[in-house]
Design a protein. Structure first.
Length: 128
């Protein structure tokens, strides 16, 4: 316990303010991202096909052609995920289910992206 008391003696008022401010910002960011709304649609983009949008209110498996071959994407109970992909590391499959707006899974080797979108377009950044 003596080390804890020594640490408390070293901290000044400004140090405590900075620590508390950073903790508040971290908790605010986590709570904001945790409460993202659920999406209504799945947007699938591939370099070989135009973007396709599916409703998340269905249960289906979709075959999408990519650079390395065909990937299988599963839609079930308002969620989506990669089920099968010809890439070597399978990071896209290990990512699991997504269901919140702006969540994305990218299969870089096969050049396929799936994203959850809502009723209105939202932007992460705007370029001029």
């Amino acid at each position: 316990m003596s080390k804890l008391f020594q640490f408390i003696k070293i901290i000044r008022l400004g140090d405590a303010f900075i620590i508390i401010s950073f903790l508040a910002i971290i908790f605010w960011a986590i709570s904001r991202s945790w409460n993202m709304p659920s999406g209504q649609y799945l947007k699938i983009e591939s370099n070989y096909e135009d973007p396709i949008i599916f409703s998340l209110n269905q249960s289906a498996n979709k075959n999408i052609s990519g650079f390395l071959g065909s990937s299988v994407i599963s839609i079930n109970e308002g969620k989506a995920r990669f089920v099968k992909s010809p890439c070597t590391k399978k990071y896209c499959i290990h990512h699991g289910w997504i269901d919140k707006v702006n969540q994305t899974i990218v299969c870089l080797p096969n050049q396929i992206t799936i994203s959850i979108v809502g009723n209105s377009e939202s932007y992460d950044t705007v370029n001029y």
